[in-house]
Design a protein around this ligand. Sequence first.
Ligand SMILES: Cc1cc2nc3c(=O)[nH]c(=O)nc-3n(C[C@H](O)[C@H](O)[C@H](O)COP(=O)(O)OP(=O)(O)OC[C@H]3O[C@@H](n4cnc5c(N)ncnc54)[C@H](O)[C@@H]3O)c2cc1C
Length: 320
Amino acid sequence: MAEVLVVVEATAAGVKKVTLELLTLARTLGSPSAVVLGGTGAAAAMTDKLAEYGAEKIYAAEGDEIDGHLVAPKATVLAALVRDVQPAAVLLGSTQEGKEIAARLAVKLDNGLLTDVLDLSTDGVATQTAFAGQTLVKSKVTRGLPLVTLRPNSVTPTPAPAASAPAVTSLDIALGDADRLAKVTERVAEQKGSRPELTEASIVVSGGRGVGNADNFKLVEEIADLLGAAVGASRAAVDSGFYPHQFQVGQTGKTVSPQLYVALGISGAIQHRAGMQTSKTIVAVNKDAEAPIFELTDFGVVGDLFKVVPQAAEEIRKRK
Ligand SMILES: Cc1cc2nc3c(=O)[nH]c(=O)nc-3n(C[C@H](O)[C@H](O)[C@H](O)COP(=O)(O)OP(=O)(O)OC[C@H]3O[C@@H](n4cnc5c(N)ncnc54)[C@H](O)[C@@H]3O)c2cc1C
């Protein structure tokens, strides 16, 4: 079976969930090979997790040359690996880094590229959305191999383990001056609470302008914590200073695709929908029965969120 390269993404906490989703998908397309591009010892730290999710092989390019220079060396290593291995496909997460690496790789290989893909079939046909999520599009790379970035939580929202025993192959690929043009000078760990990362969360609770002020966002956080959810916000809420920008969902914010999306005091403007409408189940609370968000919802409550949300929280508490 032909190899399918999965480019691994990780944080200090370990392999990111999107990588496990990609490995699960890769098993349907061929034989999954994980590609670790990181600092010294990165592959050893991740081998158990990658094996648990079915990586048949692990390729590792490690060290300061890779880790200390943003994405350029990673694309160079991948291009050499693709030429050598001739995989059936290359899969990356549709994250900021994944998309940047994929774009550089496409140029180096003179290969087509599909980004923000929601699904990929065995014949290489990808499903994407267009026009701010209004239309589903089927596309296929027609030049080169399927080079695809997949949106977290889309293809296989629950990654499935499949134990394997991968051998680790170290890659020693020569880098050039062009790969060293941008150097990492400092890394500062983001201050994170215990909530899941927004783009990877299975449940997202977002607040909009209807939440009223920054202090009231505690209500959004409270119900999010009861559900084990990440917190999001509309642009109006962010622009009004209710919640930090990194939590904005929508066309100019993050794209999320959780199992459950709860919109509180959000009207459902097209730019907000663009970032959340592929969520599997959508629930909204809005006091305006005509709010466009209700066109999308599986379950909508017309009511004042300051009455509805505390009652919902109480019910969830009783069931815990
Ligand atoms: C180029 C461009 C890019 C954009 N990108 C984004 C983006 O990435 N993300 C994004 O979100 N927006 C984006 N926008 C803005 C978007 O057009 C909307 O203005 C924004 O989404 C509105 O946010 P909102 O729904 O929170 O506010 P509003 O539209 O003001 O809606 C507030 C809602 O809260 C309801 N409400 C009020 N009080 C209560 C209450 N007590 N209980 C229940 N409901 C209540 C109201 O009925 C109303 O429906 C963009 C706009 C442009 C032009």
